[in-house]
Design a protein around this ligand. Structure first.
Ligand code: GLY
Length: 423
């Protein structure tokens, strides 16, 4: 099969790494890809939101399957355009993609379909938004309506911080993504990421993980796109996952189909495991990043038949995926300044070291300088991942590898997976 992967981050590198191991693969092309993906596949300078360019590339390489990584490509309508051309695509269309591209749509969808979630309201102006805070208890959850790379969410410990966040969002910090603000009740519990594939009719649970959203150790500092992940997550017991499927995931797939947008892709259900069971925090319409990295390390089954079945409607014929009986961890190495303005252009060395068995470094924001040196090009720069019989061993391997990588100014959290080890 000829497969095109859309995207250039650590998630897409992990997908390329897994797909490149498939016996079904003939040719793998990544658009635009990154220097890490270039070691596994052809890379082509077509952006993830360049709908015309991606269609032309798919036709040129006679793609049997296009796999969309980032939400920006979904919002741009890549899946819609490929569907018009009859090219199988793993990734939902724009209409279904609203589950992520509009927090207001997602929360009203949840309310329409009776999904357990917190109270919320949506505002376009500051005054009524500030007034609504009076009906909630601190902390407050303040979100920009649109896509903001994981940075449009503020958990405000008090009213003053909430008011500042509302002003920030409605004041234009996120451009049109902040035209509306969503204010939500804070849910108490432990947050977890559950994934499910759907081909428009049938769905299949596809693993779970836990992310670390805050920038610094002990869950301190600002929210980020995710600083590290591990799997399996003890909180996602079979009972909990079955309940999440019954109350959140199944009704979401049936609900979005009933609203005229059958879902074809992976649904990332970010949920709070509360005393009353799992409640929706938010939906994402693509793999989590860095959750995808640990899922790909643990996945024993060939990924390609599942991706193709999602795109073409054959999921009912496939068994549940098989996972390795091992723990996987991903530690994000971020650039100085992240999640604010990261320092870019910093040279990275040491990646050619032998990090030992089952250690993989995925590139998240890297590029090559004219002289060939590898340099940073964004906030989350590298994903240092390891698989081992226990989480403690996986952590040891990942942090040992990190300590051998030279990336001046770079930082990582040192407590990834610590919560699961305390269980
Ligand atoms: N790791 C969270 C996300 O991908 O949105």
């Amino acid at each position: 099969m000829n497969i095109l992967i859309v995207g250039s981050g650590g998630r897409e590198h992990a997908l390329a790494w897994k797909i490149s191991r498939s016996p079904l693969l003939t040719r793998l092309v990544c658009a635009p890809g990154n220097p890490g993906m270039a070691a596994l596949a052809e890379t082509r300078a077509v952006g993830a939101t360049d709908v015309d360019g991606l269609l032309a590339l798919s036709v040129e390489i006679k793609a049997d399957l296009v796999v969309i990584g980032p939400e920006t490509a979904i919002e741009a309508g890549v899946a819609d355009r490929l569907a018009e051309a009859g090219i199988p695509c793993f990734g939902p269309n724009r209409k279904a993609g609203q589950l992520e591209s509009s927090k207001a749509f997602a929360k009203t969808f949840a309310a329409r379909h009776g999904l357990p979630s917190g109270r919320f309201a949506v505002f376009e102006t500051v005054g009524p938004a500030e007034l609504y805070l009076k009906s909630l208890q601190a902390p407050f959850v303040i979100k920009a309506d649109g896509l903001a790379a994981g940075k449009g969410v503020v958990i405000a410990p008090d009213r003053a911080v909430a008011v500042a966040a509302i002003g920030d969002i409605l004041g234009g910090r996120f451009g049109s993504a902040g035209a509306r603000v969503v204010i939500e009740e804070f849910l108490e519990g432990e947050i977890a990421s559950q994934f499910a594939f759907c081909d428009g009719r049938t769905h299949l649970l596809f693993g779970g993980a836990q992310d670390h959203k805050r920038a610094y150790d002990n869950d301190e500092g600002p929210n980020t796109g995710g600083m590290g992940a591990y799997a399996p997550a003890p909180i996602l017991s079979p009972t909990m996952v079955a309940q999440a499927d019954r109350t959140l995931i199944s009704p979401t797939f049936s609900g979005i189909a009933a609203e005229g947008a059958p879902y074809r892709g992976v649904l990332f259900c970010e949920m709070m495991v509360t005393a009353e069971g799992p409640k929706l925090v938010e939906f994402n319409v693509r793999f989590g990043d860095p959750e995808c990295q640990v899922l790909m390390l643990r996945l024993e089954s060939d990924l390609v038949p599942y991706l193709l079945a999602v795109a073409t409607g054959g999921l009912a014929a496939l068994p549940p995926p098989i996972w390795r009986d091992a723990a996987a961890i991903c530690v994000v190495l971020a650039a100085e300044g992240y999640p604010g303005t990261p320092t870019t252009g910093v040279e990275i060395t040491g990646l050619d070291a032998d990090f030992g068995a089952d250690v993989v470094v995925f590139h998240a924001s890297t590029t090559r300088r004219d002289d060939g040196a590898l340099i940073s090009s964004g906030g989350r720069v590298l994903n240092v991942c390891a698989l081992a019989p226990t989480l403690a061993e996986a952590r040891g391997r990942a942090y040992a590898a990190i300590d051998r990588i030279e990336f001046p100014g770079g930082f990582c959290r040192r407590d990834i997976g610590a919560r699961a080890m305390a269980v």
